[in-house]
Design a protein around this ligand. Structure first.
Ligand code: SF4
Ligand code: SF4
Length: 432
């Protein structure tokens, strides 16, 4: 009963029509000084200091890049506290007490069209780097690195595929900021001298194609097309999106720029618009709370730094008193969290609350469904066996590093074996 799984229920239908609650009432906002990509960092403000929206308050340091941290509200710095990050880490966070005035920092002055026209590629990349923009689809990969290439670029692809079930952050931003996303795309095309722009959306959401095409009449000087791509999972994976949208096959492990393509998530392109046009970092994001374990699932537009616990309260809390499974991000690639007291960061898309029905793992029945379903064509079950033996050489030989942690192997396994978690652990094991 080998089963190749590519189509999974996406659970977005109800959420799509939910009204968005604009939530700006958080009294205290929290800004992590570190995250998964940047293991060290520090604040550049002192307790009691008054800060404004868009003001630099610290820097995170990664192995090959720094990430500036900006305040998303105006108010007073009141200290540092450990808080749970959406990635599951407990991290130091700077706390700002909101004065609810949202006073903009003096540096946030819009650029004129002429200034943007005269901008060089190097200036564009420097602005994106200083804005601290990272893949807002959840990856957090620094955006400027993708653009730092000497290769000729033919296509910039706006990735609006959002294939992870239950998450609708990108869906909402595509309807809400359609014009701004296209503008961000044109800035990137201009800077990279890319002749073609593509906007990839799922076939099953024709309303997105229509929304973009309505706006594109205002961008007639650019060759930009909307490309509906398949509803399979993981169609939003960069390599799958490029293949669906252009036919170009980028081998796993290669840089897409080597094949003339740069892919940027739609929310990231909106971030590019803000950085280039408005000299503003990203200060808000869409965030949804869903799942059978929450009383009233809701979707929000919130300031980055907002405690999720405030939003859970607005959803009426959890259903019943029994234990819950809390997932930050989607059910396929998300991270399990010990509690709901975490904070919204640039890359936090949602909280899913499920009732705790522990799934018992049964023995492997050697059906090979996990192998046939894996989009990067590795063998999850064989890697799991090698990991159990702590056989580093075999794990490396089986190319666990190709794994994109899409979750399909666990999803498809009839014995409910936690294969994806085993892939994560195997990757960590061979790095030691
Ligand atoms: S989680 Fe990794 S091993 Fe499992 S299907 Fe996805 S890519 Fe393949
Ligand atoms: S791990 Fe699961 S999906 Fe893979 S071969 Fe065994 S039973 Fe089948």
């Amino acid at each position: 009963m080998t089963e190749k799984t590519r189509f999974i229920p996406d659970g977005k239908a109800e959420r799509k029509h939910q009204p968005i609650i604009d939530y700006k009432d958080a009294k205290y906002l929290y800004f992590p000084t570190i995250d998964l990509r940047c293991p060290s960092g520090e604040s550049c403000v002192i307790d009691g200091q008054y800060v404004k929206v868009g003001e630099l308050i610290g820097t995170r340091h990664g192995s090959f890049f720094d990430q500036p941290i900006y305040s998303t509200v105006s108010g007073k710095v009141i200290g540092i506290e450990k808080k749970l990050h959406g990635s599951g880490q407990l991290v130091d966070c700077m706390i700002i007490e909101n004065d609810f005035k949202y006073t903009l920092h003096e540096s946030c002055v819009p650029r004129t069209e002429q200034e943007i026209d005269e901008m060089t590629k190097e200036e564009f990349i420097e602005i994106i780097e200083k804005s601290g923009l990272g893949g807002l689809g959840g990856s957090g990969f620094p955006t400027f690195v993708k653009f730092k290439t000497d290769k000729p670029i033919e296509y910039i692809i706006a990735n609006g595929v959002e294939c992870e079930p239950y998450i609708i952050s990108d869906y909402q931003i595509m309807l809400d900021k359609t014009n701004r996303i296209i503008q961000g795309l044109t800035y990137a095309m201009r800077a990279m001298k890319a002749p073609k722009g593509l906007i990839a959306v799922k076939k099953k959401y024709p309303e997105l194609k229509e929304a973009f095409e309505r706006e594109l009449v205002n961008f007639k000087d650019y060759d930009i097309k909307v490309v509906p791509v398949g509803n399979f999972y993981p169609s939003g994976w960069e390599i799958a999106t490029i293949k669906s949208a252009t036919g170009i096959k980028v081998p796993i492990g290669k840089l897409t720029a080597e094949y003339g393509v740069i892919v940027s998530n739609v929310a990231t392109l909106y971030g590019i618009y803000r950085a280039i046009k408005r000299r503003m970092p990203i200060t808000e994001r869409f965030f949804s709370i869903s799942g059978e374990g929450i009383k009233e699932p809701k979707s929000f537009n919130v300031k980055i730094g907002t405690p999720v616990i405030d939003l859970v309260e607005m959803c009426g809390g959890f259903v019943g008193d029994e234990p819950k499974v809390l997932i930050s991000g989607g059910p396929m690639m998300g991270t399990n969290l010990p509690n709901e007291d975490f904070i919204v960061t640039k890359t936090t898309t949602s909280l899913i609350v499920l009732n705790d029905n522990p799934l018992r793992e049964d023995p492997c029945i050697h059906c090979a469904s996990c192998v046939y379903s894996c989009p990067v064509e590795i063998q999850p079950i064989t890697i799991l066996e090698a990991y159990k033996q702590r056989d580093k050489e075999a794990i490396e030989h089986l190319q666990v590093n190709k794994c994109i942690e899409c979750g399909l192997c666990s999803y498809t396994c009839p014995s409910k074996i936690h294969l994806t978690e085993a892939m994560r652990q195997s990757k960590r094991f061979i790095r030691k």
